[in-house]
Design a protein around this ligand. Structure first.
Ligand code: KG4
Ligand code: ZN
Length: 381
């Protein structure tokens, strides 16, 4: 199999990232410029600001990735870029830059689906640690800001294919973290803040109803066209339950006070969030996280049993969550199923996963013409 050094570029949301990866198995550099400081005052990602920040960061980030890999632009074999899903304007910054590079350097251009990238973050790190064995069938849960998707992942030769067997009917798990953090006055980025606060609360203090599908969906047969059962998720209900709890327990004034206090701090740290959290709020956070993780686990394990899964992959931003990792590790082991995560740094958005996912496409010479464009709603499988 020929070796290939691939430069990956990722600009689908709020991270400008570039990385150089050799043959899908060795990270030579991995640079991620976060936009947290830009979006924090607004409590969430502002698409126009994201595009502007990508425009500012793309040149230095790519340069840094090339320098840290001790590479040159000429030594790279191909340029890979995220085509979608993501914010259209943000994706276009990465795609335009990748096209310009590929054109000037006369290198092939490879488009990668962001969700496939998340799955390949797991494969990349396994290969990097010398593990090439993998038992199929593989089930991959991609759990991020916009997606809670279950895929059966198969490999034929070097190529990977994916079959979606479940997805969220409304809010994704990361979106639920972000919305709950916002409504409790913590703001953006919600997932990491709640992850660090949850261990300070009692996860059994508040009981949430199991994350039910909305009433109209409940009677719908949970089957796709192939008559296979589906394993869909729904997290808008749990967010509404948190909101109701807050209102009925007279927590609104304390939340507003926290929101104002945090707005006065330039880049709040864990100690600031903790100091501004009362025990009732910490209990609510711990209970919310416990409930959401339990639902993710139950549906994923049900899908794994149905499909006689031999290996489980969990990736995407929410896979950085400590309780989620510990719970899946313990419970999947109980079912005798190995579960693999990317390291926490490669769980959230990065370009190493894009360069890694591009390698099988490089081998298949799956290159794109210069006129391809962003696909904000791009599907996988
Ligand atoms: O994959 P990702 O970096 O970007 C998307 O593709 O969306 O995922 C971002 C999502 C956000 O919703 C963020 O709050 C969540 O992942 N997230 C976490 C943690 N770190 C990031 N959620 C829970 N716990 C975390 N430690
Ligand atoms: Zn992502």
């Amino acid at each position: 199999m020929p070796d290939a050094t691939i430069l990956g570029i990722e600009t689908s949301c709020d991270e400008t990232a570039a990385a150089i990866v050799r043959s899908g198995r060795q990270i030579l550099s991995n640079v991620v410029a976060s936009q947290i400081a830009t979006h924090q005052p607004y409590g969430g990602v502002v698409p126009e600001l994201a595009s502007r920040e990508h425009l500012k960061a793309i040149v230095p980030v790519v340069r840094q990735a090339v320098a840290e890999a001790h590479a040159t632009y000429e030594s790279v074999d191909a340029i890979a870029v995220t085509q979608g899903p993501g914010l259209a304007g943000a994706l276009l910054v990465g795609i335009s830059f990748a096209k310009a590079l590929a054109f000037a350097l006369e290198k092939p251009l490879i488009a990668v689906n962001h969700l496939e990238g998340h799955i390949h973050a797991v494969l990349l790190e396994r290969k990097q640690s010398g593990r090439t064995d993998l038992e199929f069938p593989v089930l991959a849960l991609v759990v991020s800001g916009g997606h809670t998707h279950l895929y059966l992942a198969s490999q034929a030769g070097n190529s990977w294919t994916y079959q979606n067997i479940g997805h969220t009917r409304d809010d994704a798990a990361g979106e639920a973290f972000d919305k709950v953090a916002k409504l409790l006055g913590y703001g953006y980025p919600g997932g990491p803040i709640l992850d660090s606060l949850a261990p300070h609360g009692n996860p059994s203090a508040v009981s949430f109803p199991a994350a039910q599908l909305k009433h109209r969906d409940r009677n719908r047969p949970m089957q796709d066209d192939g008559n296979q059962p589906r394993f869909d998720f729904s997290y808008s209900g749990i967010k509404t339950s948190v909101l109701r709890y807050v209102e009925s327990h007279h927590m609104v004034a304390a939340i507003e006070a926290r929101r104002h206090a945090l707005a006065e701090i330039h880049t709040p740290k864990h100690e600031d969030y903790l100091r501004l959290s009362d025990p009732q709020t910490l209990d609510l956070i711990a209970s919310f996280q416990r409930s959401l993780v339990a639902d993710l686990l139950a549906k994923t394990l049900a899908a794994a049993r149905e499909h006689d899964i031999r290996t489980l992959f969990i990736s995407g931003g929410v896979a950085a969550n400590r309780e989620l990792r510990a719970t899946f590790e313990t419970e999947a082991a109980r079912d005798g199923m190995p579960v693999f995560f990317p390291s926490r740094g490669l769980s959230t958005d990065n370009a190493a996963m894009i360069a890694a996912a591009a390698y099988p496409k490089f081998l298949a010479q799956d290159f794109l013409p210069m006129d391809f464009s962003a696909e904000a709603g791009m599907k996988l499988g």
